[in-house]
Design a protein around this ligand. Sequence first.
Ligand code: FAD
Length: 407
Amino acid sequence: MTERPEQTQVVVVGAGPVGLMLAAELRLGGARVVVLERLPAPTTESRASTLHARTMELFDSRGLLDALGPVPGDTRGHFAGLPLDFTLPGSHPGQWKVPQDRTEALLGSWAKRLGADVRRGHEVTALTVADDFVEVEAVGPAGRLRLRALCVVGCDGERSAVRELAGLDFPGTDATRELIRADVAGIEVPDRRFQRLEGGLAIAARRGDGVTRIMVHEFGRVAAPRSGAPGFGELATVWKRVTGEDVSGGTPLWINAFGDVSRQVSHYRAGRVLLAGDAAHAQLPIGGQALNLGLQDAVNLGWKLAVQVARKGSAGLLDSYHDERHAVGRRVLSGIRAQALLLLSGPEVEPLRAVVGELLGSDAVRRHLASTISGLDIRYDVGEGAHPLLGRRLPPTVLETAALGRV
Ligand SMILES: Cc1cc2nc3c(=O)[nH]c(=O)nc-3n(C[C@H](O)[C@H](O)[C@H](O)COP(=O)(O)OP(=O)(O)OC[C@H]3O[C@@H](n4cnc5c(N)ncnc54)[C@H](O)[C@@H]3O)c2cc1C
C-alpha cells in the first residue's frame, strides 16, 4: 500500500456511459477527476442501443455528433409494445440507434481528450468518508491504490459498490417477471416485433449478418434470483413453450436475462458521496430509458459538482441534483413499471391494452408519452413563475446577434 494517498478533486467509480459522461462534464467545469474502472477493457456487449431526443440534443450541444458518425433514426417507437410515433418539435425527434459500446467509445475518448484520468483494471473495495475528504481504496494492476478527494460519485451500475460501502438504501421491488434474450446464429424463425402469444411474449429480429436476436417472456413464470446468465437450453425450452418453435440447434453468441426490478436510492447525495445512473436507479431496460436517464443525471450533476469542488460553490446548488434528478427518475421508473405491466402480463391485461391502444390514437396522448420517453418534457421545480420555459430545457433556438448574425 502507498504511504500517502494520491490527491484529486473528484473520484468517479465506473467507466460505463454515465461515469464517462460525468468525467467529461466535470472536466468542462474545470474539476480534476480520476475515474476508476474494474474492467481492464471496455465491454463489447451492445446492451442499450437507443439514444433519445434529449440525449441527442445534449450530445449535439457538446459537439459530439460528428464523432458519433451517421446514426439511423426512426420516429416509430413503442409504448409497452404498442406502436408510438415519436414525431415531436425539436432538432432530433425519434429514437436513434447506437449500440452502447459505440456510445461508450465516443464518451471515453471525449473524457480523455478533456483531461479525465481514466484508470482501468481498478476495482474499488473500500471507502472512508471524513468531514473534509473521502478516501477511496482500489485494487489495481500495481496493487492497492488510495485516492483522496473532495467527493466520490458512484457510477458503478446496478450492484453499486459505492452505494453499498456508503450504506445508502435502495428501496423498491425485485424482479418478479423476466425476459431471456440471446443473439443466436443458425436459426430460422419469423421476425416478430412484440408478439403476444397465448403463453407469452416473443420478439425476434434477424440482423444483416444472419444472427437473430430473440427475446422471450413466459406469462406467469416467476423470476428466480440468478447468479449468472441462463443457459441456452433454458432459453430454447421457454421459446418452444411460447412459440412452438425449436431453436435448440442454433449457436448462442450472447445470452442474458433481465427483469422488472424497480429500485431507486432515497438520496442521490449523502454529503460527499453521490450516485448517478444505474447505481441510483434500477429498472427494466425497456426502450433505452435507463441509459438515457443516467446520461442526463451525469449532465445535471457534472457542472454543479465542478462548481462545488473547483470554485467552492454553495451546497444548495449541489443538493438541487438530488431534488431534480430523483423526481425525474421516480417518474421514469413509474412509466417503465406501467409498460412492464402492460407488456408482461398475461391475457387478463388485453382489455387494458386495447384501451391504451385506442388512447394512443389521440395526438395529445401520443405527444404526452413520446415527450416523456424522449426526455423532452422534463420540468425541474425551480419555484414560482408563469413563463412556459421555467425549469425546462431551452429548445434548439436560432439566435441572431449583430456580431455573429444567425447562429
Ligand atoms: C447485460 C446487460 C444488457 C443490457 N441491455 C439493455 C438493453 O437492451 N436496453 C437498455 O435500455 N438497457 C440495457 N441495459 C442497461 C444499460 O446498459 C444501463 O442502463 C447502462 O449501462 C447504465 O450505465 P451506467 O454507466 O450507469 O452503468 P454500467 O454501464 O453498469 O457501468 C458501471 C461500470 O462500473 C464498473 N464497476 C462496477 N463495480 C465497480 C467497482 N467496485 N470498482 C470499479 N468499477 C466498478 C463496471 O465494470 C461498469 O463498467 C443492459 C445492461 C446489462 C448489464
